[in-house]
Write a protein that binds this ligand. Structure first.
Ligand SMILES: Nc1ncnc2c1ncn2[C@@H]1O[C@H](COP(=O)(O)OP(=O)(O)OP(=O)(O)O)[C@@H](O)[C@H]1O
Length: 411
């Protein structure tokens, strides 16, 4: 038997894991009927070659905004082809396509042009997009997901898109903006805002029962029959409901629980697997935060690893500072002052990467007691991904010498 065939056929847990991924759009969206109907009513004029109103959609993460828009878009395209009406929906994720140039190029390319993603004058790309749009009688709906990311660089793109209908003869354009950040409205020119928000839809968070229905529906497709213990779905739903009713979080929990069960060679997914999944997801999130820290904070954390591996379960700012200074020397970095380092330690605490408490030492003043919140090996692996810290990996064996602290008395 082919080795991959064996691996692929060996999952006793998953029937189809992809169903639990974010990219999957389910055939039904429980508890979103109201939003689906509202959006469909707004977009329906497209089927008569009329311009649908622009819509802004808000709601916290994982409340089904993207899934609902994609669901309605699919149905609209189905209906338009049945009716022989040209209706085209173009989806743009503004986290990736975050400039006016790239938005225009993406629209033009979706309509058959071949515009490079950089290099031309923006005016030219705008003209190309306009020509591509106006080539035929059609309604084009542009979905700008995470629209706040686009606005960060100015509202010119939105200004131009919301005015484009006055320059078109054949085509009609309307815009759906999606965001989980309400603040972005304040960055918009009032004319752009009023044009974009002709309609507004709000997506409320899901409660535990609603999340349960969502998970049940997906679990049927994702898992083999009977492999989930009865309390697994209610537990995942309750946990995700506590955290602002996020369906993505609930689905992630379910998927990671299944993956852990599979890795352990278990036949069933249990509540214990969900508890492990909670820990794994948390530690993955912290790892992601660590990756984006400034170099000095990373060196500081490496210093804390050195101390932990040398047998310290907790340490003071002074102790961390000494090791940090030694490490900076090793990698050719100018060390920051102890005061600045103290600020960085507070930041790491706020991010949940370390835990620090201020304790009073009586007449010796106060000091901080610091400990790492993340498993040392995981943290070290993430830190050593940074090429600037690479040199430290070869010092690993020699770590103890770095903790020969001249300021150890300072507590
Ligand atoms: N009512 C629902 N029924 C089934 N699945 C759902 C439902 N709502 C959300 N989901 C699923 O939850 C995940 C997150 O949903 P979605 O991406 O639509 O959230 P969002 O509100 O757009 O979040 P974000 O603002 O973070 O992009 C997706 O996998 C989606 O399929």
């Amino acid at each position: 038997m082919n080795v991959f065939e064996r691996i692929l056929s060996s999952s006793r847990i998953f029937k189809n894991r992809d169903v639990l991924r974010h990219t999957y759009t389910p055939d039904e969206l429980p508890h979103r009927d109201e939003q689906i109907n509202a959006l469909a009513t707004i977009l329906a004029p497209a089927l008569r070659y009329e311009t649908p109103s622009n819509v802004l959609i808000y709601g916290k993460t994982g409340t089904g905004k993207t899934a609902t828009v994609k669901f309605v878009a699919r149905q609209l395209e189905e209906m338009s082809s049945k009716l022989g009406v040209r209706c085209f929906i173009h989806y743009i994720n503004c986290e990736l396509i975050d400039t006016q140039y790239r938005v225009f190029a993406s629209i033009a390319n979706a309509l058959g042009r071949n515009i490079p993603m950089t290099g031309l004058p923006t005016d030219h790309v705008y003209e190309e997009m306009k020509k591509a749009l106006d080539l035929r009688r059609q309604v084009v709906i542009i979905v700008l997901d995470e629209i706040d990311k686009l606005v960060k660089k100015g509202d010119e793109a939105l200004y131009n898109l919301t005015r484009i209908n006055s320059e078109l003869i054949n085509a009609k354009v309307s815009i759906i903006g999606i965001s989980n950040d309400l603040k972005f409205k304040s960055f918009l020119d009032p004319r752009v805002l009023s044009s974009l928000s002709e309609e507004e839809l709000v997506f409320p968070p899901y409660n535990a029962e609603q999340l349960r229905d969502i998970l049940e529906q997906r679990a049927k497709l994702a898992f083999h029959d009977g492999v989930l213990d009865d309390d697994v779905i209610p537990f995942c739903s309750a946990l995700a409901a506590q955290e602002h009713g996020d369906a993505r979080k609930a689905l992630d929990l379910l998927r990671v629980s299944g993956e852990i069960a599979e890795r352990e060679g278990a036949d069933r997914v249990t509540k214990e697997h969900v508890k492990k999944a909670v820990k794994k997801i948390e530690s993955d999130q912290i790892a992601e935060t660590v990756r984006t820290l400034p170099t000095h904070s990373k060196v500081l954390l490496f210093g804390m690893i050195v101390l932990t591996e040398s047998g310290y379960r907790k340490f003071t700012t002074g102790e961390v500072y000494t090791v940090y200074r030694n490490l900076c020397k090793k990698i050719g970095l100018d060390a920051l002052t102890q005061r600045r380092v103290s600020d960085l330690i507070s930041e790491l605490d706020m991010l949940g990467i370390i835990n620090s408490i201020i304790i009073s030492k009586g007449r010796y003043g106060r000091t901080r007691e610091i400990r790492l919140e993340m498993p040392v090996d995981d943290l070290k692996a993430v830190l050593l991904e940074d090429y600037r810290l690479e040199a430290l990996s070869s010092y690993e064996k020699n770590l103890k010498s770095l903790t020969t602290l001249d300021t150890f008395g300072e507590a």
